[in-house]
Ligand binder design. Sequence first.
Ligand SMILES: Nc1ncnc2c1ncn2[C@@H]1O[C@H](COP(=O)(O)OP(=O)(O)O)[C@@H](O)[C@H]1O
Ligand SMILES: [Mg+2]
Length: 241
Amino acid sequence: MADPERAGSTRSLRAMERILAAKGLRVLPDAPADETSEENPGDREWHRRARADYALNRWRSATPPRFSEAEATIPEVIGWADRTLTDNAAAGALLLTGLTGTGKTHQAFGALRRIAASGPDRFELIAMNSADMYGNLRPSQVMGAAERELRRLSEVQYLFLDDLGTAKTSEWTEEVTYRLINHRYNHCLPTLITSNLPARDENGPDLTGFVGARVASRLAEMVTTLVPMVGADRRRGGRAA
Ligand SMILES: Nc1ncnc2c1ncn2[C@@H]1O[C@H](COP(=O)(O)OP(=O)(O)O)[C@@H](O)[C@H]1O
Ligand SMILES: [Mg+2]
């Protein structure tokens, strides 16, 4: 302990404890080893915790109750989340593929929770199922609403697009996906994507086929971490490998 006054008072406290202990009395519980204060706003740890509380609140409001306990357990997913903290612009996209029930959505929300819990400087998140997204982006009666929604999804710091590839494709879905992904690609914004389709499959439907060649080429560069999930359907009581 560097502070001489503090060291002195600790010594006299210990001496008093010894005297009382000799009489069979005990005054104070053991002092905590870590003396970071809970209440001192000048403390760095206090600030980090305040940022984490704020970010976790945002995470909670963007996360459906089923995933409120989600935790990233796959090393590649943890690694991606941690990279967004050290260099947000270099993190690129995390793509989780695999059959339904293998835990893709759980890992993605878990990654976002990990990011929030570390107390980042900024934390904005939109999490959306891709079928809902295409629904929201359809031109509506309200002038400019779909364009505003596309801008919101394109510009948000973290976008989690769940179940890409389940909607029916059309020229319109391709165009919308292109505008969204192209913007996030150009602005180096971290994006999480899950899909039931494999990234590539020569013999069957794949994500490349769904999104179209222009988006596929952006994705190929953006995706820094591809995690093919395996295992049984957890919803049917199976256990992922
Ligand atoms: N690592 C895990 N620990 C506990 N529950 C999990 C885990 N992974 C997934 N689950 C649960 O299993 C179910 C299926 O997972 P989910 O992420 O929805 O799969 P997918 O998105 O691949 O269809 C969900 O109810 C989810 O909460
Ligand atoms: Mg899912």
